[in-house]
Design a binder for this molecule. Sequence first.
Ligand SMILES: [Ca+2]
Ligand SMILES: [Ca+2]
Ligand SMILES: [Ca+2]
Length: 627
Amino acid sequence: MNASRYAGGLVGRNVSATISHCFGAGSVTASNSPAGGLLGSSSAGATLASFWDTQTSGQAASAGGTGKTTAELKTIATYTDAGWDFVDESANGTNDLWNLDTAGLVNGGYPVPSCNIVITAPAGFGTTNDPYQIASLNNLYWLSATSAARTNHCIQTADIRAYSTARIDFGKGFSPIGNEYDRFSGSYDGQAHTIRGLTIRRTGQDNVGLFSYVSAATLRNIRLVDAVVEGRNYVGSLVGWARESALIEDCHSANLRVGGYQNQVGGLFGVLYDSTARRCWVSGTVSCSAPNPNDIREYGGFAGELQANIGIPQVERCRSACDVLVPSSSGASFAAGGLAGWVGDAVVVVDCYASGSVIVPQTYWVGGFGGVIQPASLPPVISNCYSVGSVTGLHPVGGFAGYKASATITACFWDIETSGLTNSAAGTGTNTVAMKTQTTFTGAGWDFDGVWHMTEGVTYPLLSDLSACITATAGANGSIAPSGTVYVALGDSISFTISPEAFYHVADVTTNSVSVGPVLAFTWENVITNGAIHAEFAANEAARGTPEWWLASYGLTNGGLSFDQAEVSDTDGDSQPAWKEWIADTNPTNSASCFGSSPFPTSLRGECISRPRPVGFIRCNTTPTSA
Ligand SMILES: [Ca+2]
Ligand SMILES: [Ca+2]
Ligand SMILES: [Ca+2]
């Protein structure tokens, strides 16, 4: 900036505007004053959380803002300390508006809007002993951009906020790690840290997910939350295509939104081929990109398609709570299921369940668990699985499976009430009460000593590895339902009803010892760890403190109209109103039962006598002495 007057790195002259969260680093000169690093002149405006570079501007002063050295202005803390909303922090806001390249390659190391991709190499060397340490969104950008890292090993060392990926690359979002010709075959251990808000919108691209295409890779403990992933074919929030003995364990994707434009689309995987998934779960919605005139096929809550040709067990102890929703405008589509759209050759699915709805009105071969179960040569095996979601589609439609060719299906169930279907190509249909009864499943050989557990009458069978327990207790004079040890699937919610007995009210409800107030109902959202809920109750009292239960026990309800009136009545005519008889522990309906005293001897004056009631004491009715 070179001006004759009113020269500022950002603004020449501010008359009345508010300038906030801005910085200036350019050289500022003026032939006549005033000139300033950020503002040349300011009369009535305000300047908040803003900075200028005292070194590069050549200006030691400014009409607004705070002067910083170049090094300070290339340090994230300078901005976050002033409240700037950066990526990878939520204390200053969750819009994640700003990013900064500590390597100095983007915008010279000064802040940039988060629609810019900032690639930062992680610590570590990618070996098993010294894996890359993925600690930030910018490290994740680096992993995506670095082909040389495809065979390397990674651990995630911090929670990552990726919501700002919705703004990069003209809205196309994050670029999946690897592709069909540059497959990821290393390992990534999320170490139970989250990646929140990952957004990918590439409906013209195949193999879309956090990982595009993995081959013989190991993925563990990855926690996706709020992922939005859209692609054309082979789309899943975690992996588009997984093959060649890839191993995926203990991963989840909660509240996902996965959309495909064509085929093989699932909550976690588009296609899982000759690979193994264990103890993984998903929740959210799997759909197609609307409006979509295509015939689309193989949509599933967990995976679009499961295939094998070397007989590797594929899916063990996994769960889908995803709804599978394909709009009715989408052609004559086929194969949609709560767990998988297509279950093919040699696939083994054991101890899994699907609880989401499958609403695909223009789709053939639809099932609450699997749409099509059909091998080309080696029959698949599905055992000890169930589904409960409502199912809507075109014939054939089944509560558990839409279509089954040669396959071994053993000890599998669906709920004929919640699914809305009494028929299925496979499995045993039963009502909700039986589905919430343990013997239904133990009678079929299910393992309730380790694999499964349930709260009878409350839950369906839940996988021990994928659920938490809430201990629900109540104090005296009320109850909580459900009570005792209540199992909840990870990520699910559970509702409790708190019921005081007559003449009592809820005094307080605590969750993990923290009060949530005197509520009659409480829904514990998004259960991810064990917890405890407890309710306490207290007696209702009339205006003078007499418990309603005590008045009611003598029939003193004043016709149910007013306990306040009942407690001041003297029903038995002994000159003592009911509230005094409560304190005295006498019978308010028996005139022979009343409390009285003669004047106290002088020696006792000034003393008190008390009664072991929850309220009050009786003071002597003579003037206390000062003795
Ligand atoms: Ca932020
Ligand atoms: Ca009385
Ligand atoms: Ca009495």
